[in-house]
Write a protein that binds this ligand. Structure first.
Ligand code: NAD
Ligand code: ZN
Length: 264
Protein backbone atom coordinates (compact mmCIF):
# COMPACT_ATOMS: atom_id res chain seq x y z
CA UNK A 1 0.00 0.00 0.00
CA UNK A 2 1.35 3.47 -0.86
CA UNK A 3 1.95 5.96 1.95
CA UNK A 4 -0.89 8.23 0.76
CA UNK A 5 -3.34 5.30 0.87
CA UNK A 6 -2.12 4.16 4.30
CA UNK A 7 -2.39 7.74 5.54
CA UNK A 8 -5.97 7.97 4.34
CA UNK A 9 -6.83 4.65 5.97
CA UNK A 10 -5.18 5.65 9.28
CA UNK A 11 -6.94 8.99 9.19
CA UNK A 12 -10.36 7.35 8.72
CA UNK A 13 -9.73 4.91 11.57
CA UNK A 14 -8.62 7.69 13.93
CA UNK A 15 -11.48 10.00 12.95
CA UNK A 16 -13.91 7.46 14.47
CA UNK A 17 -11.80 6.70 17.55
CA UNK A 18 -12.50 7.95 21.06
CA UNK A 19 -10.46 5.49 23.13
CA UNK A 20 -7.25 5.28 21.12
CA UNK A 21 -4.01 4.14 22.70
CA UNK A 22 -0.65 5.42 21.50
CA UNK A 23 2.26 3.07 22.12
CA UNK A 24 5.72 4.55 21.69
CA UNK A 25 9.33 3.41 21.67
CA UNK A 26 12.73 5.02 21.34
CA UNK A 27 12.09 6.09 17.70
CA UNK A 28 9.63 8.84 18.70
CA UNK A 29 12.46 10.57 20.60
CA UNK A 30 15.22 10.00 18.01
CA UNK A 31 14.60 13.41 16.47
CA UNK A 32 14.79 14.99 19.92
CA UNK A 33 18.39 13.81 20.05
CA UNK A 34 17.86 10.67 22.19
CA UNK A 35 19.40 7.78 20.23
CA UNK A 36 17.52 4.48 19.78
CA UNK A 37 18.98 1.07 20.59
CA UNK A 38 18.08 -0.55 17.28
CA UNK A 39 17.09 0.36 13.73
CA UNK A 40 17.81 3.76 12.18
CA UNK A 41 20.13 5.86 14.36
CA UNK A 42 20.71 2.84 16.64
CA UNK A 43 23.35 2.39 19.32
CA UNK A 44 26.56 2.85 17.32
CA UNK A 45 26.53 6.50 18.50
CA UNK A 46 28.23 5.71 21.76
CA UNK A 47 31.28 3.92 23.13
CA UNK A 48 28.90 2.51 25.76
CA UNK A 49 27.23 -0.82 25.07
CA UNK A 50 23.48 -0.93 25.93
CA UNK A 51 23.64 -4.65 26.66
CA UNK A 52 26.06 -3.72 29.47
CA UNK A 53 24.76 -0.44 30.90
CA UNK A 54 21.08 -1.38 30.60
CA UNK A 55 21.44 -4.79 32.24
CA UNK A 56 20.41 -5.15 35.88
CA UNK A 57 23.12 -7.69 36.80
CA UNK A 58 25.78 -5.35 35.44
CA UNK A 59 24.27 -2.42 37.32
CA UNK A 60 25.12 -4.23 40.56
CA UNK A 61 28.33 -6.00 39.49
CA UNK A 62 29.97 -3.02 37.72
CA UNK A 63 28.15 0.15 38.88
CA UNK A 64 31.02 2.32 37.58
CA UNK A 65 30.11 1.36 33.99
CA UNK A 66 26.46 2.40 34.35
CA UNK A 67 27.27 5.60 36.24
CA UNK A 68 30.01 6.59 33.77
CA UNK A 69 27.48 6.17 30.96
CA UNK A 70 24.93 8.09 32.99
CA UNK A 71 27.27 10.98 33.71
CA UNK A 72 28.83 11.22 30.27
CA UNK A 73 25.84 10.49 28.04
CA UNK A 74 22.47 9.96 29.67
CA UNK A 75 22.14 12.93 31.99
CA UNK A 76 23.55 15.29 29.35
CA UNK A 77 21.27 13.94 26.59
CA UNK A 78 18.22 14.02 28.86
CA UNK A 79 18.79 17.54 30.11
CA UNK A 80 19.36 18.84 26.55
CA UNK A 81 16.45 17.14 24.77
CA UNK A 82 13.07 18.65 23.96
CA UNK A 83 9.85 17.23 22.52
CA UNK A 84 9.67 17.17 18.70
CA UNK A 85 6.62 17.66 16.43
CA UNK A 86 5.87 13.91 16.74
CA UNK A 87 5.30 14.27 20.50
CA UNK A 88 3.26 17.42 19.79
CA UNK A 89 1.02 15.59 17.32
CA UNK A 90 0.24 12.93 19.92
CA UNK A 91 -0.76 15.62 22.41
CA UNK A 92 -3.03 17.07 19.71
CA UNK A 93 -4.68 13.65 19.13
CA UNK A 94 -5.32 13.53 22.85
CA UNK A 95 -6.76 17.05 22.97
CA UNK A 96 -9.15 16.11 20.17
CA UNK A 97 -10.49 13.19 22.22
CA UNK A 98 -9.15 10.56 19.80
CA UNK A 99 -6.40 9.21 22.02
CA UNK A 100 -7.14 8.36 25.61
CA UNK A 101 -3.90 6.87 26.91
CA UNK A 102 -0.23 6.86 25.97
CA UNK A 103 1.90 3.85 26.79
CA UNK A 104 5.60 4.49 26.37
CA UNK A 105 8.70 2.35 26.65
CA UNK A 106 10.75 5.54 26.89
CA UNK A 107 12.24 6.91 30.07
CA UNK A 108 12.86 10.43 28.79
CA UNK A 109 9.63 12.14 29.97
CA UNK A 110 9.19 13.90 26.60
CA UNK A 111 5.48 13.05 26.22
CA UNK A 112 4.71 14.85 29.48
CA UNK A 113 6.91 17.80 28.45
CA UNK A 114 4.88 17.99 25.22
CA UNK A 115 1.72 18.34 27.32
CA UNK A 116 0.38 14.78 27.06
CA UNK A 117 -1.69 13.39 29.94
CA UNK A 118 -2.31 9.84 31.13
CA UNK A 119 1.17 8.62 30.19
CA UNK A 120 1.99 5.08 31.32
CA UNK A 121 5.78 4.75 31.59
CA UNK A 122 6.28 1.01 31.17
CA UNK A 123 10.03 1.16 31.73
CA UNK A 124 10.04 3.85 34.39
CA UNK A 125 11.76 7.23 34.19
CA UNK A 126 14.90 9.08 35.16
CA UNK A 127 13.21 11.73 37.27
CA UNK A 128 13.49 9.65 40.46
CA UNK A 129 16.28 7.59 42.02
CA UNK A 130 15.48 5.29 44.92
CA UNK A 131 17.74 4.17 47.75
CA UNK A 132 17.44 0.38 47.79
CA UNK A 133 18.25 0.32 51.51
CA UNK A 134 16.08 3.01 53.14
CA UNK A 135 13.74 4.07 50.30
CA UNK A 136 14.93 7.70 50.30
CA UNK A 137 14.08 9.30 46.93
CA UNK A 138 16.55 11.51 45.01
CA UNK A 139 15.90 13.79 42.05
CA UNK A 140 17.89 13.96 38.81
CA UNK A 141 19.34 17.26 40.07
CA UNK A 142 20.54 15.55 43.27
CA UNK A 143 22.28 12.86 41.21
CA UNK A 144 23.90 15.34 38.83
CA UNK A 145 25.23 17.30 41.83
CA UNK A 146 26.50 14.15 43.56
CA UNK A 147 28.22 12.95 40.40
CA UNK A 148 30.32 16.12 40.39
CA UNK A 149 31.97 14.79 43.57
CA UNK A 150 31.84 11.04 43.12
CA UNK A 151 31.10 8.77 40.13
CA UNK A 152 28.78 6.32 41.93
CA UNK A 153 26.16 8.28 43.92
CA UNK A 154 25.21 6.99 47.36
CA UNK A 155 22.00 7.64 49.31
CA UNK A 156 22.16 11.04 51.04
CA UNK A 157 20.37 9.63 54.10
CA UNK A 158 22.08 6.27 54.69
CA UNK A 159 24.88 5.82 52.13
CA UNK A 160 22.99 2.91 50.49
CA UNK A 161 22.82 1.90 46.82
CA UNK A 162 20.85 4.35 44.65
CA UNK A 163 19.04 3.05 41.56
CA UNK A 164 17.26 5.07 38.87
CA UNK A 165 13.54 4.27 38.71
CA UNK A 166 14.00 2.61 35.32
CA UNK A 167 13.39 -0.97 34.30
CA UNK A 168 16.69 -2.53 33.26
CA UNK A 169 16.96 -5.56 30.99
CA UNK A 170 16.48 -8.46 33.41
CA UNK A 171 14.29 -6.36 35.76
CA UNK A 172 10.58 -7.05 36.24
CA UNK A 173 8.10 -4.38 35.18
CA UNK A 174 6.13 -2.69 37.94
CA UNK A 175 3.00 -4.87 38.19
CA UNK A 176 0.52 -1.99 38.65
CA UNK A 177 1.98 -0.15 35.66
CA UNK A 178 1.74 -3.26 33.50
CA UNK A 179 -1.82 -3.82 34.73
CA UNK A 180 -2.81 -0.24 33.75
CA UNK A 181 -1.26 -0.70 30.31
CA UNK A 182 -3.01 -4.05 29.84
CA UNK A 183 -6.36 -2.51 30.78
CA UNK A 184 -5.78 0.33 28.32
CA UNK A 185 -5.16 -2.03 25.38
CA UNK A 186 -8.00 -4.32 26.49
CA UNK A 187 -10.51 -1.48 26.08
CA UNK A 188 -9.06 0.70 23.28
CA UNK A 189 -10.68 1.15 19.88
CA UNK A 190 -7.35 1.51 18.02
CA UNK A 191 -3.64 1.35 18.80
CA UNK A 192 -1.15 3.65 17.10
CA UNK A 193 2.40 2.31 17.49
CA UNK A 194 5.29 4.68 16.90
CA UNK A 195 9.06 4.22 16.86
CA UNK A 196 9.47 0.74 18.25
CA UNK A 197 10.93 -2.42 16.75
CA UNK A 198 8.52 -4.31 19.04
CA UNK A 199 11.24 -6.69 20.16
CA UNK A 200 11.25 -5.92 23.88
CA UNK A 201 8.92 -8.07 26.00
CA UNK A 202 6.54 -7.92 27.81
CA UNK A 203 5.93 -4.45 26.27
CA UNK A 204 5.58 -5.88 22.76
CA UNK A 205 2.82 -8.23 23.82
CA UNK A 206 0.44 -5.28 24.42
CA UNK A 207 -0.31 -4.69 20.70
CA UNK A 208 -0.96 -8.42 20.34
CA UNK A 209 -3.86 -8.06 22.82
CA UNK A 210 -5.33 -5.44 20.46
CA UNK A 211 -4.85 -7.78 17.48
CA UNK A 212 -6.69 -10.57 19.31
CA UNK A 213 -9.59 -8.17 19.92
CA UNK A 214 -9.59 -7.49 16.15
CA UNK A 215 -9.19 -3.74 16.65
CA UNK A 216 -7.11 -1.72 14.18
CA UNK A 217 -3.33 -1.52 14.56
CA UNK A 218 -1.58 1.43 12.95
CA UNK A 219 2.23 1.28 12.87
CA UNK A 220 4.17 4.48 12.17
CA UNK A 221 7.86 3.64 12.08
CA UNK A 222 11.07 4.43 10.24
CA UNK A 223 12.03 0.88 9.29
CA UNK A 224 10.37 -2.49 9.77
CA UNK A 225 8.92 -3.87 13.00
CA UNK A 226 8.11 -7.35 14.31
CA UNK A 227 4.37 -6.78 14.01
CA UNK A 228 4.25 -5.38 10.47
CA UNK A 229 2.55 -8.57 9.24
CA UNK A 230 -0.47 -7.98 11.49
CA UNK A 231 -0.72 -4.19 11.06
CA UNK A 232 -3.97 -2.82 9.63
CA UNK A 233 -1.86 -0.12 8.01
CA UNK A 234 1.76 0.96 8.13
CA UNK A 235 3.07 4.51 7.83
CA UNK A 236 6.72 4.41 6.87
CA UNK A 237 8.78 7.46 7.81
CA UNK A 238 10.04 9.74 10.55
CA UNK A 239 7.71 10.38 13.45
CA UNK A 240 8.20 14.17 13.31
CA UNK A 241 6.91 14.21 9.73
CA UNK A 242 4.36 11.39 9.65
CA UNK A 243 2.44 12.30 12.81
CA UNK A 244 1.83 16.00 12.11
CA UNK A 245 0.79 14.98 8.57
CA UNK A 246 -1.64 12.49 10.09
CA UNK A 247 -3.14 15.18 12.33
CA UNK A 248 -3.45 17.50 9.30
CA UNK A 249 -5.20 14.79 7.30
CA UNK A 250 -7.70 14.43 10.15
CA UNK A 251 -8.39 18.16 10.07
CA UNK A 252 -8.99 17.90 6.29
CA UNK A 253 -11.41 15.00 6.68
CA UNK A 254 -13.28 16.66 9.55
CA UNK A 255 -13.74 19.77 7.35
CA UNK A 256 -15.25 17.52 4.66
CA UNK A 257 -17.38 15.53 7.13
CA UNK A 258 -17.91 17.68 10.20
CA UNK A 259 -18.71 15.68 13.37
CA UNK A 260 -22.15 16.62 14.77
CA UNK A 261 -21.90 19.09 17.64
CA UNK A 262 -22.47 17.53 21.04
CA UNK A 263 -25.68 18.67 22.77
CA UNK A 264 -25.20 21.68 25.04
P1 NAD B 1 14.22 0.25 19.42
O1 NAD B 1 15.53 0.97 19.57
O2 NAD B 1 14.21 -1.23 19.48
O3 NAD B 1 13.51 0.66 18.04
C1 NAD B 1 13.38 1.98 17.61
C2 NAD B 1 12.68 1.99 16.26
O4 NAD B 1 12.43 3.34 15.89
C3 NAD B 1 13.54 1.37 15.13
O5 NAD B 1 12.71 0.59 14.27
C4 NAD B 1 14.05 2.61 14.39
O6 NAD B 1 14.34 2.36 13.02
C5 NAD B 1 12.85 3.52 14.55
N1 NAD B 1 13.17 4.94 14.36
C6 NAD B 1 14.37 5.57 14.40
N2 NAD B 1 14.22 6.87 14.18
C7 NAD B 1 12.89 7.09 14.01
C8 NAD B 1 12.12 8.24 13.73
N3 NAD B 1 12.68 9.44 13.60
N4 NAD B 1 10.77 8.11 13.60
C9 NAD B 1 10.17 6.88 13.73
N5 NAD B 1 10.87 5.75 13.98
C10 NAD B 1 12.21 5.86 14.12
O7 NAD B 1 13.26 0.91 20.47
P2 NAD B 1 12.23 0.25 21.48
O8 NAD B 1 11.35 -0.71 20.76
O9 NAD B 1 11.65 1.38 22.24
O10 NAD B 1 13.15 -0.63 22.45
C11 NAD B 1 14.25 -0.02 23.08
C12 NAD B 1 14.25 -0.14 24.58
O11 NAD B 1 15.24 0.78 25.08
C13 NAD B 1 12.97 0.27 25.21
O12 NAD B 1 12.75 -0.60 26.24
C14 NAD B 1 13.20 1.69 25.76
O13 NAD B 1 12.76 1.72 27.12
C15 NAD B 1 14.71 1.85 25.83
N6 NAD B 1 15.21 3.12 25.24
C16 NAD B 1 14.59 4.29 25.59
C17 NAD B 1 15.02 5.50 25.04
C18 NAD B 1 14.30 6.77 25.44
O14 NAD B 1 13.82 6.89 26.56
N7 NAD B 1 14.18 7.76 24.54
C19 NAD B 1 16.08 5.51 24.13
C20 NAD B 1 16.71 4.28 23.81
C21 NAD B 1 16.25 3.09 24.37
ZN1 ZN C 1 19.16 5.25 51.98
Amino acid sequence: MKLAESMEMASKILADATKGVVFTGAGISAESGVPTYRGHGGATWSKYDPSRYANIDNFFSEPEYFWSFFKEVRSRVLSDCHPNPGHGAITELQKRGIVHRIITQNIDGLHQLAGSQNVIELHGNTRFFDCLDCGNVHSLDDIVKMQKETLVPKCQACGGVVKPRVVFFGDALDSETLQNATEAVASCDVILIIGSTLQVYPAAQLPIIVAKRKKPIIIANYGSTELDPIATCRLEGKASEILPALVDSLSDSSTNNPKPESPK
